[in-house]
Design a protein around this ligand. Structure first.
Ligand code: ATP
Ligand code: MG
Ligand code: FE
Length: 343
């Protein structure tokens, strides 16, 4: 079955073609980062309008790359939620219109299920069951995954998500938006051990996270080192970046290991944008070698938002859940643990 996947939950338009026997045939992405950068964050109305401009050209592009035509599409998956309502509506309505014209079924995909299943697109996919560390711009969760749609929340963030903490910290250090990649790049030049920031909730005895205090600790530290012109010198900024990243990576790694211990599982999947962080990957690989568990990641480009993960998750559900109606529900807020298995 050839499935077209459309992702439009936030500020990236992603489109992909996934074939249930032949695998991923093509994918394309347009990031709106440059457009939103001057506002310091995503402007929802601008995001929706840009998705409208991008979805069909990207669809033509992936069809061409895969050597397929519109008529070859047998099902359409779109991101149903969670996300920005207007942005979700663009993907949902285009999916519904295309499906009506092509007489094929549609399925709405949970964006986080997309992130969580993205490592299954790799050549050496993890077998079920596994623990998933889902760390993105809007979520930080540890989930026990026993099969597709069978998700139990083990831990969640009480305030900011990990990606959000990266972005907000980067912003207060003047690194622009979105700050995660910029912050981790600057951290490479940081002096190890110059600053030590708190490890929030490390010893809380549960699998929850809290990152907003860390951001405040960075603000206090930065204010202590500003010069008369209220600026930070480049080395101090790099040193703060490194201290911040050390703290967040240690908390994420130790809680992920605790989740494996609690569930008795030996496979860890890391998904979501923060999963692209090199230091987090190194920390987890180190822990995996020491504590004898396996760790699986998506390709770097499939850590952040993309159409391939939506096409894949949709393909897993279309056969049983495909709809042939003109309605196109969206769910701007949607708990991952509420999903059911496809069978
Ligand atoms: P959600 O998936 O929760 O709805 P989102 O779709 O905005 O949120 P993603 O696209 O999964 O989130 O990831 C984007 C986030 O990942 C941003 O917060 C960004 O700063 C962060 N990020 C991306 N690359 C890195 C990196 N190398 N290091 C740290 N953070 C990163
Ligand atoms: Mg994004
Ligand atoms: Fe995402």
């Amino acid at each position: 079955m050839l499935v077209l996947g459309i992702e439009s939950s936030c500020d990236e338009t992603g489109v992909a073609l996934y074939h249930t026997e032949r695998g991923l045939l093509a994918h394309a992405l347009h990031s709106q980062v440059a457009m939103h950068a001057e506002y310091g964050g995503v402007v929802p109305e601008l995001a929706s309008r840009d998705h409208i401009r991008r979805v069909l050209p990207l669809t033509r592009q992936v069809l061409k790359e895969a050597g397929c035509t519109l008529q070859d599409i047998e099902g359409i998956a779109y991101t149903e939620g969670p996300g920005l309502a207007g942005a979700l509506l663009v993907g949902a309505s285009i999916a519904a219109a295309l499906a009506f014209a092509l007489k094929v079924p549609t399925v709405g995909v949970h964006h986080l299920e997309g992130h969580l299943l993205a490592p299954l697109l790799e050549d050496n996919p993890p077998a079920f069951p596994f623990v998933a560390l889902l760390v993105s711009g809007g979520h930080s969760q540890l989930m026990e995954v026993t099969g597709i749609g069978q998700y139990t929340t083990l831990g969640d963030t009480l305030d900011d998500a990990a990606g959000e903490a990266f972005d907000k910290t980067a912003k207060l250090l003047g690194l622009g938006y979105p700050g995660g990649p910029a912050l981790s790049k600057l951290a490479l030049r940081g002096t190890p051990g110059r600053f030590k920031l708190p490890r929030p909730m490390l010893n809380s005895g549960d699998l929850n996270f809290s990152f907003s205090g860390l951001k405040t600790a960075v603000l206090t530290l930065a204010n202590q080192h500003r010069n008369d012109a209220q600026e930070l010198d480049e080395q101090t900024r790099a040193d703060i970046c490194l201290a911040f990243q050390d703290a967040i990576v240690e908390v994420l790694s130790k809680k992920a290991v605790a989740a494996l211990r609690q569930t008795g599982l030996s496979r860890l999947v890391v998904a979501g944008g923060v999963g692209a962080n090199k230091q987090l990957r190194e920390g987890l690989s180190h822990a995996a070698a020491k504590k004898r568990f396996e760790v699986f990641y998506p390709k770097l480009e499939f850590c952040t938002d993309n159409g391939a993960m939506i096409a894949f998750a949709g393909a897993m559900r279309l056969r049983r859940e495909g709809r042939r109606t003109m309605n196109f529900p969206i769910k701007p807020r949607w708990d991952l643990a509420q999903l059911d298995a496809p069978d």
